[in-house]
Design a protein around this ligand. Structure first.
Ligand SMILES: C[S@@+](CC[C@H](N)C(=O)[O-])C[C@H]1O[C@@H](n2cnc3c(N)ncnc32)[C@H](O)[C@@H]1O
Length: 304
């Protein structure tokens, strides 16, 4: 198993995502002889996981079942151990597209944080690209190195434990793209510019506050960056529910009966109780939604 390549069969040392439901998943490192407790009972790694196909339904000791899924960057983002605030799929999707990442891209990132974005970058740039990720918190850098090894992607990534604002990314003139998720991105623009290749490289900076965005845009302008553009991506989900709605009583009509009303409603199901209500599926946005995460500022490096 690797986070950048699919395998059929679960082996010792693999990470599997135990799927109990959309709101309930857990990542597990498979080890022969080990066991994992779930609310449906125990999963024995040797008997229940090793040798099974990814995606199988596994019955736990209490008779309930779970799916054992192949890990992906999307599943990792919603299951990873949080060491910091992380980026979520809505922002990640835009970052990957707008930075024009593709297999073979060379990318710089700082800070590594919990590695949420890093995993998506790695899958996009594999098998020939490289990620240079800089994290000044020593334990976070160590943990990221360990996870990249466990996820079989360490050949695609170099982790540097240093301050990106002082020491930069450790490469010059070869990056296709730079991504910043640090409190003072404007202090890293000089290093970002020197890491990026001579022509057409892209930069993105993620900041929660508009004052950070202003300072970053000023620094990008001072360094001659072009096509500077800031956007905010908001996710609007829909709740799908089954509701019972009362049918309005318009009084008797000559050529219509309540059974015709029912057939007019096509698949909708009319309740037996005097045909006065209808059961149907609706999709509505929730009253409250998770709103602002941060602003994404993109720019293109000018030609030297
Ligand atoms: C919000 S987290 C990044 C989260 C990451 N994008 C993810 O998706 O998991 C910010 C990280 O940047 C690191 N950091 C802050 N300033 C830094 C600097 N000047 N140089 C290197 N790392 C820095 C912090 O230690 C922290 O781990």
């Amino acid at each position: 198993m690797s986070f950048v390549e699919y395998s059929e069969i679960i082996q010792e040392g693999d990470v599997v995502i135990i799927f109990l439901g959309h709101e309930s998943m857990m990542p597990v490192m498979v080890q022969s002889g080990a066991q994992t407790q779930t609310r449906y009972g125990v999963i024995r790694h040797s008997g229940d996981l090793i040798g099974q196909r990814f995606g199988s339904k596994v019955t736990c000791s209490k008779g309930g079942w779970v799916y054992v899924l192949h890990p992906t960057p999307e599943l990792w983002t919603v299951n990873l151990p949080h060491r910091t605030q992380i980026l979520y799929t809505t922002d990640i999707a835009n970052i990957t597209l707008m930075l024009e990442l593709k297999p073979g891209s060379v990318v710089c990132e700082s800070g590594t944080g919990s590695g949420s974005l890093s995993h998506s970058i790695l899958r996009t740039i594999a098998p020939t690209g490289h990620l240079h990720t800089v994290e000044f918190h020593a334990q976070r850098a160590e943990k990221a190195i360990q996870e990249f090894k466990e996820h079989k992607v360490s050949h695609l990534v170099t982790v540097r434990n240093q301050d990106v604002c002082k020491d930069g990314f450790g490469i010059t003139g070869i990056a296709d793209a730079v991504f910043l998720d640090i409190p003072s991105p404007w202090e890293a623009i000089t290093h970002a510019k020197s890491a990026i290749k001579r022509k057409g490289g892209r930069i993105c900076s993620f900041s929660p506050c508009i004052e950070q965005v202003q300072r970053t845009c000023e620094a990008l302008l001072d360094h001659g960056f072009e096509e500077i553009c800031t956007l905010e991506v908001l996710l609007r989900v829909q709740d799908v529910r089954t509701v019972t709605l009362p049918l309005p009583d318009f009084g008797p009509e000559e050529d219509s009966s309540s059974s015709q009303v029912a057939s007019d409603l096509s698949q909708d199901e009319v309740q037996n109780s005097g045909n006065t209500s209808v059961i149907c599926r609706t999709a509505t946005p929730p009253r409250e939604m998770a709103g602002h995460t941060g602003y994404l500022t993109f720019a293109t490096k000018p030609c030297d």
